[in-house]
Design a protein around this ligand. Structure first.
Ligand code: B3K
Ligand code: ZN
Length: 854
């Protein structure tokens, strides 16, 4: 397979201002007729080149006349054209029911739906399938009336009717020119939760959330989130919705979270359906966040799209930043920031320090589907956040206004966005642009010194960007660091918060009139997505965890204290937990902290994150050290955990930020009671499991039991399975919880679960629930005999034959081989080699596996 390079970009030779599509829908044989109005974009003599995916054109017409001078070159259809304007018509036959890749037109749960981003439209019809070709779409669908009573497409409905042969038809028109990746249609037997939203200029929009009839009662939360999102984008960014209808359809088989198709979002049902019995608080939050994300794409993605796929972060980084701010506004901003940073550290930092590291604006790819990564999305969002921090809210809003106005209706670049920030923000971002081109997580070392009694403090900062594949030498970056000093004796702030723009390899910052020994609070609010290495002592960290006025920094100090303790414990085999125990005790006793914050603050860093701090990961030693510290915390604070567990019990379930915080902290307390080894822990968990009137508490209890040896374990698993038989989303939790278990038999259990009648690789959610969770279970996956590696490789090879995109997404745990001892590395590499050498491997899995070997 060959690589596509950013530097090779050239504008399209032919524009397609209009396209009319006519679908005769049938699961086995759908006929697609496409009429493209094409225009030569500049004086040249190149033919029209259309992308396809192996389908044979049944006919090709130019200006209404059948032609036969076309040819197939590779996967493209080449049509010679003489004039500057023509209408080119093609017809193809496709079979949605055998489309297991879930790209293009496919069947899910008896309905038909589409997924086109990035390059799925070419699997539907011949077209210049690239994001900078924008067309006005007119779509006509004909389908069996009984089997597919609902027919939806982008834009507004225009006309519909019935035929004598049992079919019916509908026509939709989308007046906004769009790239092919935003095309969508749905044909199915669906029920709707309908409502309206009145925009700020007084237009009424008809909203609809379409699901199978039995799920209708689970759609209110998503509908509510949609209305909140529409109002939020008006208030915060001045952006109004632009069509008369906005529809969302939920499907069970979907390669990722959801898709922002113009006026017709299609969602993985796990991000729409929610009720207290089946969805956790985490699920509720995720539904709202994804609904907001896709809605916000209407401006940051659809009205302004990407010139080419190297610019993907233009829409994704910005839209993630927007959805993060939306969620922060719905509840606790501090807890949201903590969650987002935890996610970044769990998914993006490892990517940035591993074989698949790439810049936020990549230089090349083999398969674009592999670049929907945490780097493009989450690090991309951090880049926008840093610019927003440097500009401040007023100038940032002026800059986004400029961006939306200047580039509306076009396909833009990351550079266009940064130029607007620069122009409206009045700052020079030349050095900041390195964030788009240099991969790797910058590391900053910080050392604070103070002349005792002298009053002056010096902060010495130095930065280093590690080498990444293809980038051995790096330039120093522009790092916005929020910093504040606190007095070690009084606990009071000694300075205001300062925003330091570190732009040199090394720099010294001076603070005058520092009257007592200062303690450094740095990278407050996680102002830059970097790793800070400071010389702060355990005492300093404990102090900050009690006194810092920035909630993120306060959390961070506790995490660092825990991490230092766990790393030392892993290396020396002895865990000295007293400082952590004292700090956790003080935090739980402190006044005025939100319960959800407390729950975050007292949780230990994950085994993976501890592993990321070590040159060589010893999964068993890490597990042992972490379990030891958990037990120490559980025992030392047992009366506190029991008190919290009792006090935080609630009456009937309610969904509110306050109630969510109570559930969260209470379930953390349950975990620590279990970790203490208390004899009644399993009984307590089982009682909670049985009595719970909501999934948050039920799943938390199950999670506790699943990692235990208690007899209640099997009971709970069996009950859970029986109770939710037939509910796919909840069965995913059943698989996932077992794959995340800390028990030593987890590898064997996971292999057995792969043979369970409810397990299937054909459904991406199910594959991810088992294989994705297993891959992040550091100890189980990295079993010393290599059985975890072999199992995952076998599953991925099988999955690749059905769904390459989803297989490739699950590969990265095998690429961590450099971080392990020689025996494990060898076993991991052998599995990567086996994957790469598999005949008929997809581009997707080939790219990820071969890059992981380098
Ligand atoms: N834009 C889609 C992602 C498409 C992924 C294609 N492999 C969803 C989103 O980011 O909103
Ligand atoms: Zn997105």
């Amino acid at each position: 397979p060959t690589a596509i390079r950013r530097e090779d970009y050239s504008p399209p030779a032919w524009e397609v201002p209009q396209i009319a599509l006519d679908f005769a829908l049938d699961p086995a044989d759908t006929r697609v007729r496409a009429a493209l109005t094409v225009t030569r974009s500049s004086p040249h003599d190149m033919p029209l080149v259309l992308d396809g995916a192996g389908q044979m054109p049944l006919s090709v017409k130019v200006d209404g006349v059948a032609v036969n001078d076309w040819r197939i070159e590779g996967e493209q259809l080449v049509v010679p054209l003489t004039g500057d304007h023509h209408v080119v018509e093609t017809e193809v036959s496709i079979a949605p029911e055998s489309n297991t890749q879930l790209m293009g037109l496919y069947a899910s749960g008896g309905n038909l739906c589409t997924q086109c981003e990035a390059e799925g439209f070419r699997r539907i019809t011949w077209f210049p399938d690239r994001p900078d070709v924008l067309s006005v779409y007119r779509v006509r669908m004909t389908a069996d009336r009984r089997r597919y009573p609902v027919l939806l497409a982008n834009g507004d409905p225009v006309a519909s009717g019935e035929n004598d042969d049992g079919t019916h038809w509908a026509e939709w028109h989308d007046p906004f020119p769009k790239p092919s990746y935003l095309f969508a249609l749905v044909a199915g037997d669906l029920a709707v939760n309908a409502s309206t939203f009145t925009t700020m200029s007084g237009r009424e929009v008809r909203l609809g959330i379409w699901v199978r009839a039995a799920d209708l009662a689970k759609t209110d939360h998503a509908l509510h989130a949609l209305k909140l999102s529409m109002a939020w984008d008006e208030r915060v960014y001045g952006r109004e919705y632009d069509l008369d209808v906005f529809n969302i359809v939920a499907v069970d088989d979907f390669n990722f979270g959801a898709m922002e198709n113009k006026g017709l979002n299609i969602f993985n049902s796990r991000y729409i359906l929610a009720d207290p019995d089946t969805a956790t608080d985490y699920d509720y939050d995720a539904v709202a966040a994804v609904v907001a994300h896709e809605y916000f794409h209407n401006w940051s993605g659809n009205r302004i799209t990407c010139r080419d796929w190297f610019q993907l972060s233009l829409k994704e980084g910005f839209t993630v930043y927007r959805d993060q701010c939306f969620s922060a506004d719905q509840g606790s901003a501090a807890v949201k920031r903590i969650e987002d940073v935890r996610g970044l550290r769990a998914s993006q930092f490892p990517e940035d320090s591993g074989p698949l590291a790439h810049p936020v604006r990549p230089e090349s790819y083999i398969e674009i589907s592999n670049f929907y990564t945490a780097t493009i999305y989450n690090k991309g969002a951090e880049l926008i956040r840093m610019m927003a921090t440097m500009l401040g809210p007023v100038r940032f809003r002026a800059a986004t206004d400029l961006y939306f106005d200047r580039f509306d209706g076009t396909a833009a670049t990351c550079e266009d966005f940064v130029a607007c920030m620069e122009e409206a923000g009045g700052i020079d971002l030349s050095q900041f642009r390195l964030w788009y081109s240099q991969a790797g997580t910058p590391r900053v070392s910080a050392g604070l010194s103070h002349e005792p009694g002298g009053g002056r403090a010096e902060l010495r900062l130095a930065q280093h960007v590690p080498a990444t594949p293809g980038q051995s030498v790096k330039q120093p970056m522009l790092l916005p660091l929020k910093v504040r000093l606190f007095g070690a004796e009084t606990g009071r702030p000694l300075t205001d918060e300062r925003l330091i723009l570190l732009d040199q390899v090394a720099e010294t910052i001076t603070f005058e009139s520092v009257t007592e020994r200062p303690v450094l609070s740095i990278n407050r609010g996680f102002s830059a997505p970097i790793v800070v290495e400071s010389d702060r002592t355990a005492e300093d960290l404990a102090f900050l965890s009690a006194h810092d006025d920035d909630p993120f920094a306060r959390y961070e100090a506790m995490q660092q204290l825990m991490l230092d303790t766990l790393v030392a414990g892993t290396i020396h085999g002895e865990v000295k937990g007293q400082a952590v125990i004292d700090a956790v005790t003080r935090t739980l006793e402190a006044e005025g902290l939100e319960l959800a914050f407390l729950a975050e603050a007292v949780l230990l860093p994950s085994e993976n994150f501890i592993g990321d701090q070590l040159v060589t990961v010893d999964p068993d030693a890490i597990h042992a050290a972490r379990e030891t510290l958990r037990t120490q915390l559980g025992r030392a604070l047992l009366p506190t955990w029991r008190r919290l567990y009792a006090e935080l019990a609630q009456g009937r379930y309610v969904y509110s930020p306050e109630a969510k915080g109570r559930r969260r902290l209470r379930n953390v307390a349950l975990g620590y009671i279990a970790a203490s080894g208390a004899e009644d822990a399993a009984a307590l968990a089982f009682a909670q499991f049985e009595a719970a009137d909501n999934m948050t508490d039920r799943q938390a209890a199950l999670t506790t039991l699943v990692s235990s040896d208690a007899p209640e374990r099997e009971d709970a698993l069996a009950h859970f399975h029986a109770r939710y038989a037939g509910n796919g989303l909840v069965l995913d939790k059943w698989f996932q919880t077992q794959a995340l278990s800390s028990r030593s038999d987890t590898g064997a259990v996971v292999e057995r679960l792969a043979q369970h009648p409810d397990f299937t690789l054909a459904n991406p959610n199910r594959a991810r629930a088992l294989l994705g969770a297993f891959g992040v279970n550091q100890r189980a996956f990295n079993a010393a005999d290599g059985s975890g590696y072999r199992f995952l490789a076998e599953q991925l090879i099988a999955l690749d034959r059905l769904n390459p995109q989803t297989a490739a997404k699950l590969l990265p745990p095998l690429g961590r081989w450099r971080r392990f001892d020689a025996k494990r590395s060898g076993l991991m590499r052998a599995e990567l080699v086996r994957i790469v050498e598999t005949p008929g491997l997809s581009k997707d899995l080939f790219e990820q596996a071969s890059k992981s070997l380098d």
